[in-house]
Design a protein around this ligand. Structure first.
Ligand SMILES: [Zn+2]
Length: 228
């Protein structure tokens, strides 16, 4: 999970739907605007190019029926994460808040070679603890069925990190004249539009040379903790 700043304005049709008992929160171009804002990625697992699109109510409809058609309560996610979250894990970190600073509160690391995923809280806020619990359940599965889905999700993550670390290795050994080409791809991978960005940021952060070369290129809302 990374901080995602909404840029779209709320669809006008949502205002009309709010006045209805069971208003349609998928009215008009709501889904299109959500896809644009969330970069076609699930906001929880960061899986890209979603084909199993769901709209998650950040604060569940059961608890807050008044927010059923509230734009800031609608989040783009995949079926796996939506079913895992359901009405639990409250309160959660709201990744659409500019001051969420998720990369400074949660460390996400994965090792494709040993096939390990580690998600750790760096702060003792209850929102952070709940978000870490949700992310662990998403990446490992809470039930037998979800555990099978999580295997596929982790495979996608390992494949993406293997590709990313391959580019990093090329960058590190490249002659100065060839570095800009690799650098351009690495910077692109550190943007919110990229898949599993939270894990890539920590790959950079944990390597001294890469950290000094690339942390300045990470967008402000995705900045990892400062080295003290
Ligand atoms: Zn997901």
């Amino acid at each position: 999970m990374i901080t995602i700043l909404r840029k779209q304005t709320p669809p006008l049709c949502l205002e009309e739907e709010k006045s209805k008992t069971n208003g349609n929160y998928e009215c008009g171009d709501t889904l299109f605007r959500l896809q644009q804002d969330f970069h076609y990625k699930c906001y929880i697992c960061e899986k890209p190019n979603l084909t199993d699109i769901q709209i998650d109510h950040f604060l569940p409809r059961k608890l807050r029926p008044d927010l059923r058609c509230e734009w800031t309560n609608l989040f783009l996610c995949c079926v796996h994460c939506n079913n895992t979250k359901l009405a639990g894990y409250i309160p959660l970190l709201d990744c659409t808040k500019a001051d969420a600073q998720i990369a400074q509160k949660i460390r996400c690391t994965a090792e494709p070679m040993s096939q390990e995923v580690c998600i750790e809280a760096l702060s003792d806020e209850i929102e952070v603890a709940n978000t870490v619990r949700l992310l662990r359940d998403v990446y490992f599965g809470k039930t037998s069925h979800k555990a099978h889905e999580a295997v596929v999700l982790r495979r996608l993550l390992y494949e993406e990190l293997t590709r990313f670390t391959g580019i990093l290795q090329k960058y590190l050994v490249a002659a100065p004249v060839r570095k800009p080409r690799h650098r351009e791809q690495i910077v692109k991978d550190l943007q919110p539009t990229s898949a599993f960005t939270s894990f890539k940021i920590w790959v950079i952060w944990q390597h001294e040379r890469l950290r000094s070369d690339f942390v300045p290129d990470i967008p402000p809302e995705l900045q990892p903790p400062l080295i003290t």
